[in-house]
Design a protein. Structure first.
Length: 228
């Protein structure tokens, strides 16, 4: 039985080791969500365009990304991309791991958001698409003004659920040394000789955050269902 002692994690220790990692985890989650939705929407539109020149590369990209573990994509990018590439980014050599994490997360999550967006677009009645075309709208106008607004509303709970999973996956950047929430707890545990307590508290923090977000998504989903 371990003698757990969490008193070493006072506010000074948390602010010194944990908050910086938490801020990066949140930043990575937001950046990957926004970038993934934008790129995923483009991929979804390419797959629904009916043109093979657009459908085939988009389908290949989505299927490939969804067939490879995220941690492998992170490691491949971090290890295979030459270091001089990061010199063109602000403090690129110093924050190579963080830049690698953001880029790979956006590229990877885009494949999953693409499938969510594609399902949402296909859920809209074909009659509304035909109505837009009857009014003289182009394909892009129809998507922008009629289809996508409704699709986003229908998919909002699923998009938020994927974002929660994304936040959990940010712990994988530990593999390339990026300073995330888990890394902050790990460093504090090593320095103060309490690794068990540090990992336990990290698990509690992840659970509380994800449980609260999941509960909020369920409430939102219930409200959307009532409005319908």
């Amino acid at each position: 039985m371990l003698g757990l002692d969490l008193t070493f994690l006072d506010w000074d220790i948390i602010s010194k080791f944990v908050l910086g990692g938490f801020q990066f985890s949140v930043y990575l989650t937001i950046a990957a969500t926004l970038g993934g939705i934008l790129m995923g929407t483009l991929l979804a539109l390419m797959r629904l365009s009916g043109r093979k020149a657009l459908m085939l590369p988009a389908t290949f990209y989505v299927n490939t990304m969804r067939s490879v573990p995220l941690v492998m994509v992170i490691l491949w990018f971090f290890l295979l991309v030459p270091g001089w590439v990061f010199d063109y980014l602000p403090d690129g050599s110093k924050h190579r791991a963080e830049y690698s994490a953001v880029i790979t997360f956006i590229a990877f999550e885009a494949a999953y958001f693409s499938e969510i967006m594609r399902a949402g677009i296909q859920s809209i009645s074909r009659g509304q698409v035909n109505a837009g075309l009857a009014l003289g709208m182009t394909y892009s106008q129809n998507m922008k003004l009629i289809i996508l607004p409704q699709a986003f509303r229908n998919m909002l709970p699923v998009l938020l659920t994927q974002t929660i999973i994304l936040f959990q996956d940010t712990s994988l950047v530990y593999a390339i040394g990026a300073y995330d929430l888990l890394k902050g707890f790990t460093n504090a545990g090593k320095i103060y000789g309490r690794p068990e307590e540090a990992y336990l508290l990290a698990a509690v923090v992840y659970f509380v955050i994800c449980f609260a977000l999941s509960w909020s998504v369920k409430r939102l989903q219930a409200k959307i269902a009532i409005v319908r």
